[in-house]
Design a protein around this ligand. Structure first.
Ligand code: ZN
Length: 139
């Protein structure tokens, strides 16, 4: 397990980006990973087809919390079309280790060791499945 906990991952776990309430959110969605006990809430503010702000709250293992922190950092300011592309890219990356062509995964690359551990994949994808639920509710 130790090589899973890279410095980048631990940094996001210890100093999470965009953690907390979002007073003027337009959508709030909850997600759970019962296998590990991870729970989270995503708060989004969506205006004119763009995520203008995003925050998360929750409790769980280092991987789920770090992944949520990375997600918020990656998606803030993106259009919903970009968000949908990012969901597909992240799924392919975390399941099969594929890196998207011509796209930078940023700090999320620190989760690359997770794809070899099926139980941990659910931790890393929890914020993304929660985001997908949010996308369904927008449609
Ligand atoms: Zn977990």
């Amino acid at each position: 397990m130790s090589d899973l906990y890279s410095d980048v991952l631990l940094d996001h776990f210890r100093l999470p980006r965009n953690r907390g309430m979002l007073e003027d959110s337009t959508l709030t969605v909850e997600g759970k990973n019962p296998l590990c006990g991870d729970e989270m809430v995503l708060h989004l503010r969506v205006e004119n087809g763009q995520i203008t702000d995003i925050r998360f709250e929750g409790t769980g293992c280092a991987i789920s919390m770090a992944s949520a922190s990375m997600l918020t950092e990656d998606l803030k300011g993106r259009t919903l079309d970009e968000v949908d592309a990012r969901i597909a890219q992240f799924r392919s990356f975390i399941r099969d280790g594929n890196q998207p062509e011509g796209e930078d995964l940023g700090d999320m690359i620190a989760l690359s060791g997770v794809s070899k551990l099926p139980v941990r994949v659910k931790c890393a994808t929890l914020p993304w499945t929660t985001l997908e639920e949010a996308r369904r509710r927008m449609k």
